[in-house]
Write a protein that binds this ligand. Structure first.
Ligand SMILES: Nc1ncnc2c1ncn2[C@@H]1O[C@H](COP(=O)(O)OP(=O)(O)OP(=O)(O)O)[C@@H](O)[C@H]1O
Ligand SMILES: [Mg+2]
Length: 233
């Protein structure tokens, strides 16, 4: 696959929030952004600048107030909620700062959750894939443990495995190292780097930390709802 093919493109995207006093707050202003197959990008910027809002647009978790979102060449504005969530399920996997694992489910069940809830049955053996991912991420011995019985770094590796279970085109991570110590955080970025370099997995990661952002190949800077720079190396 060519590394230049576009996965998602945001064109003149605005996001408005209606505030309690009736005024309108512009959280995203005229965003133009294209994510290509094989990229490893960081979205950086101060707190409140719109990083998570932008990630929600790219992850189809929220709709723009104005502007277009094109996924694999198709404008998705006409899709209803069911169609959007079906597309989202196969197109993107999420990793969050708080891991967001279900404590009542085992590690393996957590990883399998997106496959369990998928409207479309995956055309591969999800259990086998879960085992493969757990083995690769060094958590296979924990497969029957519960999330609150394993370390933060291990929990985040479970979350990365869960994000990858449906073979998504894109992995989105919002402050994936935010709840981890320096060393463990860097180990999660090592994992992202390997997934990107060895398997061509496309990753977009939100981070506050310059040191983490510098390990990616593209840095998209957001300030007051606008992209103020977009550096590739
Ligand atoms: N549902 C909402 N209603 C109103 N305003 C919102 C809503 N969600 C976000 N905002 C506002 O939009 C702006 C951008 O929020 P966003 O969460 O994207 O920031 P962020 O860059 O991710 O910040 P942080 O680094 O603290 O996570 C902020 O000013 C925030 O208060
Ligand atoms: Mg945020």
């Amino acid at each position: 696959m060519k590394t230049t093919s576009s996965i998602i493109s945001l064109k003149n995207v605005f996001k408005e929030y209606l505030l309690g006093d009736g005024s309108v707050f512009l959280a995203l202003k005229n965003i133009n952004l294209e994510i290509h197959q094989g990229e490893f990008s960081a979205i950086i910027g101060p707190s409140g600048s719109g990083k998570s809002t932008l990630m929600h647009m790219v992850g189809l978790l929220d709709k723009p107030s104005r502007g277009e979102i094109i996924v694999n060449g198709k404008d998705i504005s006409g899709l209803d909620d069911n169609q959007t969530s079906t597309l989202r399920n196969s197109y993107v996997g999420f990793v969050f700062q708080q891991f967001n694992l279900l404590n009542k489910l085992t590690i393996k069940e957590n990883i399998l959750l997106p496959a369990t809830y998928s409207r479309i049955k995956p055309d591969f053996d999800a259990e086998e894939r879960a085992e493969m991912l757990m083995e690769k991420f060094g958590i296979l011995s924990k497969k029957d443990s519960f999330p609150n019985r394993i370390s933060g770094g291990q929990q985040q590796r479970v979350a990365v495995a869960r994000a990858l279970i449906m073979k998504p085109q894109l992995v989105l991570a919002d402050e994936p190292t935010g709840n981890l110590d320096h060393k463990t955080g860097n180990e999660i970025i090592d994992l992202f780097e390997q997934l990107n370099t060895n398997e061509g997995i496309t990753i977009v990661m939100v981070t506050h930390e310059m040191e983490i952002a510098e390990r990616t190949r593209r840095q998209i800077r957001v300030l007051d709802g606008e992209i103020t720079s977009d550096k590739k190396r």
